[in-house]
Design a protein around this ligand. Structure first.
Ligand SMILES: *Cc1c(COP(=O)(O)O)cnc(C)c1O
Length: 368
């Protein structure tokens, strides 16, 4: 068996111990004589896994009692619609900070939901320039409405490789964050957020489950004129067993979280994530005649490091040669181009060291 070094943007690398555990347990879960895929979601073997996954998230992210943790489906994009469906009331308005492709789509979806119920989604800041985003806004660029139902931002902009390093002060208005590509990679004060959501497939586990952290009191006033399956309250009041949950995805997330906790939890993950990004950024900055980072330094992402080579032909050669050496997933998003190395939790410092050594060899062989 040969496993490649996987820099995929999502779905992405998973910790090897989490995969090996699934392999060991697949046919017979803990002596029950059947696979987790075959168990009822209302029987103790699965319920224990479900509870353990919830407990791991609560402990690792230090989620306070003021917040529910929900497991939902439909990915982050379902949340683009569910946040306004639940929290944007007729006649009200939501503020959106537009810093990338996903952030823009979240605003577009909220606009649609709002239009259907007489509410609006405002762009309270955008850093778009000629279809590109190279930074997050400064505090004085935000035109916030103190009467907004909530402020929505995207903590890490996966395609363009920018990230909020400090979250803006939005006063008493609830802050809603799409953290799909950086939840559980750095410490956050969950209490500062009204709602956080993340598709699991970048840092938390496989595709198929979405984690939502939501302040309990926000749900008291949530809309009830929407189908039950789309209400946060349905999931909050049933421990996310409102209907059949994606049991295997939650099982794999449990395995992933357990492996990451074993590695030292959030403090260890954060330290390693900082070291990985610093190592790669240093290699890029060391040779401006070969590498160029298109994003502003203060907005650089720790998770998705985007860079360009002098020509597209060299970029193609770089990607092909990297693939031959077992390093995959390095092509930039099709709408952005260039190179993107996604350095999620399952990517280790040694993987980044390998990439940097490859870059240095590439420089020597291509006269950079
Ligand atoms: C990947 C990603 C999405 C899309 O997630 P889906 O689960 O495919 O809907 C949304 N937002 C961000 C920040 C992402 O990185």
């Amino acid at each position: 068996m040969t496993r490649v070094t996987n820099f995929n943007a999502g779905p992405a690398a998973l910790p090897l111990p989490a995969l090996e555990r699934a392999q060991r347990e697949l046919l017979d879960l803990e002596g029950t004589g059947m696979s987790v895929l075959e168990h009822s979601h209302r029987e103790p073997p699965y319920e224990a896994i479900h509870r353990e996954a919830l407990g791991l998230l609560r402990r690792m992210l230090a989620v306070p009692d003021t917040h529910h943790i929900l497991f939902m489906q439909g990915g982050a994009r379902a949340q683009f619609a569910l946040v306004p469906m639940n929290l944007l009331h007729p006649g009200r308005s939501a503020d959106h900070l537009v810093t990338g492709t996903w952030a823009k789509q979240a605003w577009e979806e909220a606009s649609l939901v709002g239009a259907a119920c007489g509410a609006t989604a405002r762009v309270a800041a955008t850093t778009e320039r000629e279809g590109r985003f190279v930074r997050v806004p400064a505090a004085d660029e935000l035109a916030l409405d103190p009467g907004a139902s909530y402020v929505h931002l995207t903590s890490n902009n996966t395609l363009f490789g920018t990230q909020w390093s400090v979250f803006p002060d939005v006063g008493e208005v609830p802050l809603v964050a799409d953290m799909t590509s950086d939840l559980l990679t750095r410490p956050i004060d969950v209490a500062r957020f009204g709602l956080i959501y993340a598709g699991a497939q970048k840092n938390l586990g496989p595709a198929g489950v979405t984690v939502v952290l939501v302040r309990k009191d926000l749900l008291d006033g949530a809309r009830t004129d929407i189908p039950q399956i789309f209400r946060y309250r349905s999931f909050a009041s049933s421990d996310s067993l409102f209907n059949t949950p994606p049991t295997f995805a939650i099982y794999m997330m449990r395995n992933t979280l357990a492996a990451l906790e074993e590695r030292g939890g959030l403090p260890a993950l954060h330290a390693e994530n900082q070291a990985k990004a610093a190592r790669l950024h240093a290699a890029i900055d060391a040779n401006p005649s070969m590498w160029r980072a298109p994003v502003e330094r203060a907005s650089r992402s720790m998770m998705n490091v985007v860079f360009r080579l002098p020509t597209e032909a060299l970029e193609k050669a770089f990607l092909a040669q990297a693939a031959r050496e077992g390093m995959v997933g390095l092509q930039g998003h099709r709408s952005v181009g260039g190179i993107r190395a996604s350095l999620y939790n399952a990517v280790r410092l040694a993987d980044v060291e390998r990439l940097v050594e490859f870059m240095e060899a590439f420089e020597r062989s291509h006269g950079g």
